[in-house]
Ligand binder design. Structure first.
Ligand code: MN
Ligand code: MN
Length: 466
């Protein structure tokens, strides 16, 4: 009788298994090798521009070529288009016509950070600073007293664009935003956490030696003189610059068992890399495989390089034109995995997500599928249909991809969005799926290696079997 009951349980209950109980030694080794490559990618890609540049470098090494409008394309051809150096789209042409749709995976490569203001340099108390305006959703108090680097470009009046990277090379100096000592923090500590650090006080300390001269702003002058020598720029050049302060923290293993990876910008370069690796290994798929690394997701997917931009349609239309297919017919038959990170259940903060083993994603349980995101009753969410979830469920079951359902926190606890809604609006069946993350949007986020690997495996299976 007991035995019969257990069999019934086994047959009827949905139960999830810990990922490490599901893989053998071969996959364990593959997982470790994959994560070594991912850490190297993350270290080479601190910004959206660097992620695009690194993606192009790697893609060209495996045979991708820049798409030239009007190019004849045949099954197996590998092409890419850079969207002004800030977003990237790659495609491997399929055996079937684009009229039967493409398999699209869309991740984003921008991450929360501190952008320099357009006139950033000032001196106060004989110290020089760069003023910033934060980009994306951050807890401001996490960005003080950590080492920061500057990455970006300055476009001069003559049109020349100069790349700037300061703080990455071990020989380089770094930057910091200072905080109040606890001894004098009585008033500060009584404030609401969103006000502990004032947005206008997120200024990088950049120097303290005055120029050997009379007059005011001598430290500022000395800094400008350094910048002139090294980069040939003046204060006016900052007006047309795009400089991003990012954590000066390399990705590395976390935990005695080395099962986790700490790093800046896992959201969403961890999914971007999964897509890249998957498309590098996709040869003449049945349907055309498309990999998108979008920009501007963290501020609403807006702008020319964001997922709402018609840069996507333009690329897809070019591909469709080469086969005499109407773009809209292709999109209608396409399927998009919006590959973005989801929230992992954090035992230190159990109150914000459902109990483990229910609807929250957990580390080491595989790729997290989010049927919906949004907030206050799924508002602003793509909310994939049962059929769309079913499609991925079938593909993952056929390819031994370990996955789990994910939810962005308890009902009414908050929420968020991804590029999924913008793909859905284009009449493309779309679903969110990606890597569960701890401390999302912090300067140093944590992911589990197992989930990184399964996300790559999931995207690869999707390219092959949808
Ligand atoms: Mn994201
Ligand atoms: Mn994000």
């Amino acid at each position: 009788m007991e035995e019969k009951k257990d069999a019934l349980r086994e047959a009827l209950f949905y139960s999830q298994k810990q990922g490490y109980d599901l893989i053998g030694l071969d996959e364990r080794l593959a997982l470790e090798a994959y994560c070594e490559d991912y850490k190297a990618f993350l270290n080479a890609a601190r910004t959206e521009r660097e992620a695009v540049a690194e993606g192009i470098r790697q893609a060209e090494a495996v045979g991708f070529v820049p798409y030239v409008r009007g190019m004849a394309l045949k099954a197996g051809d590998k092409v890419y288009r850079s969207v002004r150096g800030k977003a990237l789209m790659l495609a491997v042409i399929g055996q079937k016509s684009l009229a039967e749709g493409a398999n699209i995976a869309a991740a984003h490569v921008d991450s929360p950070r501190l952008d320099l203001k357009q006139l950033p340099l000032y001196e106060d108390g004989e110290l020089a600073y760069f003023k910033t305006h934060y980009y994306g959703g951050i807890k401001k108090y996490q960005w003080v007293t950590i080492p920061l680097e500057l990455h970006g470009v300055v476009t001069k009046k003559d049109g020349e664009t100069v790349p700037v990277v300061i703080g990455k090379d071990p020989e380089d100096p770094k930057f910091v935003i200072t905080d109040l000592l606890p001894h004098l923090g009585k008033d500060q500590m009584g404030k609401n956490a969103s006000e502990v650090i004032n947005g206008e006080a997120l200024s990088l300390l950049i120097g303290s030696i005055p120029y050997a001269d009379e007059g005011k702003d001598r430290v500022k002058l000395a800094i400008l003189s350094l910048l002139q020598d090294r980069y040939g720029i003046t204060e006016e050049d900052f007006l047309s610059a795009e400089l991003e302060a990012v954590p000066s923290l390399d990705a590395c293993d976390v935990g005695l068992d080395r099962s986790l990876i700490g790093g800046y910008g896992h959201d969403d370069r961890v999914c971007a890399y999964a897509e890249l690796k998957a498309i590098y290994e996709t040869e003449a798929p049945e349907r055309t495989a498309v990999c998108i690394l979008a920009d501007k997701e963290e501020i609403g997917s807006v702008g020319v390089s964001g997922m709402q931009s018609t840069a996507f349609e333009t690329f897809m239309e070019d591909l469709c034109d080469s086969q005499g297919v109407k773009l809209r017919h292709c999109l209608e038959a396409s399927f998009c995995v919006s590959a973005d990170v989801c929230n992992a259940h954090d035992p230190l903060y159990p109150e914000v997500s459902e109990a483990p083993d229910r609807n929250g994603a957990k580390l080491n349980y595989g790729m997290g599928i989010c049927k919906f995101t949004g907030s206050r009753g799924k508002s602003g969410s793509n909310d994939a249909s049962a059929e769309v979830v079913g499609t991925l469920r079938r593909i993952f079951a056929d390819n031994a991809v370990v996955w789990q359902m994910a939810e962005l926190g308890k009902v009414d606890q908050g929420g968020g969005g991804t590029v999924a809604a913008y793909m859905g609006n284009r009449n493309i069946d779309t679903i969110d799926a990606g890597v569960p993350v701890l401390s999302m949007h912090s300067p140093w986020e944590t992911v589990a290696k197992f989930d990184c690997y399964m996300t790559y495996k999931g995207v690869k299976a999707f390219y092959k079997d949808r």
